[in-house]
Design a binder for this molecule. Structure first.
Ligand SMILES: NC(=O)c1ccc[n+]([C@@H]2O[C@H](COP(=O)([O-])OP(=O)(O)OC[C@H]3O[C@@H](n4cnc5c(N)ncnc54)[C@H](OP(=O)(O)O)[C@@H]3O)[C@@H](O)[C@H]2O)c1
Length: 309
């Protein structure tokens, strides 16, 4: 008979990262509660439950909070799939920060004190720019929209220490998964002989394989690791190098020498900075804490992800 571990509440558990995390924790005998704004249908079992919330309308199913020991906050309007209009910027902000403030208040009202809170953040913290200075967790933030959003997002996560003894903040890099996000789009371009470097191609690409990210989150839970950690593979590469490796592994080449920055700026506005800029981000703190990556080099990750397609 399985012995069940802690009860974990996941906001955004229906998203790209959340779906993998929910499967992983469920397989490892954690009781999982997912908070979602969508009616489903979902695959339920005795230890995996989906509960409705709508932080904008002050609604949450109180059963979602029962016996919760660990909270993982992943929810937020997608950053890379919508043009950053003023309205959308507000939604990106509120869906991460106000949603967490709402959850915190409901926990306080219900007198529930979880043991561990894990908040998602992003390497956008370091700012939308390109240079070769390695970024460690104690580096100051950038000063653009995404960096400022990330600073407030992290601040709200850290404020969870008023009700939780252990708070962890994870700055995710670009998550490579066969199920969505950037990898399927890149693979599509590569297959159409359009897998060209973006802009100058000199910007750093801080990636992480989805399996490593899920293992890393699990490591943080099991070790009760407190503090801020970059969640990126130990080997960042420049965009041009990444695309070269991708084309080689897929047995393709690009008919275009580059995708011009002006085109991406016109298509995506300020969001194009996600594609055109990047600094190198270090995984040293999490590896020093004892975490072992399975996918160090992009070639190994790309080979594995192509097989899963
Ligand atoms: N994927 C990456 O490469 C990456 C990189 C860096 C940081 N991150 C961050 O990590 C977190 C999880 O990433 P992900 O890729 O799994 O995101 P995702 O696939 O876009 O899913 C995010 C989840 O957030 C919820 N959500 C969307 N809009 C919302 C809103 N207006 N209010 C409240 N909840 C909303 C949705 O859940 P429901 O519809 O079920 O409510 C959705 O399933 C996000 O905050 C993201 O910014 C991701």
């Amino acid at each position: 008979m399985k012995t069940y571990a802690s009860t974990v509440l996941i906001t955004g558990g229906t998203g790209l990262i959340g779906r993998s995390l929910v499967r992983y924790l469920n397989e490892r005998a954690y009781r999982v509660h997912v908070l979602t704004r969508q009616p489903g249908p979902y695959h339920f079992d005795a230890h995996l439950k989906y509960f409705f919330w709508d932080w904008e309308k002050d609604k949450i199913d109180p059963k979602a909070l029962e016996n919760v020991e660990i909270i993982i906050h992943l929810s937020g309007a997608n950053i890379a799939e919508h043009r950053w209009t003023d309205n959308y910027r507000r939604l990106m902000y509120r869906s991460r920060i106000d949603s967490l403030k709402f959850l915190k208040k409901k926990l306080i009202d219900a007198k529930i004190k979880p043991q561990h809170f894990i908040g998602a953040s992003a390497i956008g913290y370091y700012g939308c720019r390109t240079d070769d200075l390695m970024r460690y967790e104690n580096h100051p933030p950038g000063n653009d929209f995404l960096a400022r959003l990330t600073v407030d997002w992290e601040k709200t996560s850290r404020s969870m220490n008023e009700i939780t003894p252990v708070v962890s903040v994870l700055r995710f890099g670009v998550v490579l998964s066969p199920e969505g996000g950037s990898f399927p789009k890149l693979y599509h371009a590569v297959r159409k002989f359009a897998g060209a470097p973006l802009g100058t191609g000199r910007q750093w690409f801080d990636w992480i394989h989805i399996d490593d990210l899920i293992n890393l989150i699990f490591f943080v839970i099991e070790q009760k690791l407190e503090g801020t950690f970059n969640a990126v593979a130990p080997q960042p590469v420049r965009n041009a190098e990444f695309m070269k490796i991708f084309n080689t592994i897929a047995g393709k080449f690009s008919l275009l020498p580059r995708i011009p920055a002006i085109l991406l700026n016109t298509l995506y506005g300020e969001m194009a900075c996600l594609l055109l800029e990047g600094v190198p981000v270090s995984a040293k703190k999490i590896t020093d804490a004892g975490f072992n990556f399975r996918y160090h080099h992009p070639a190994k990750a790309i080979r594995n992800l192509i097989q899963k397609f």
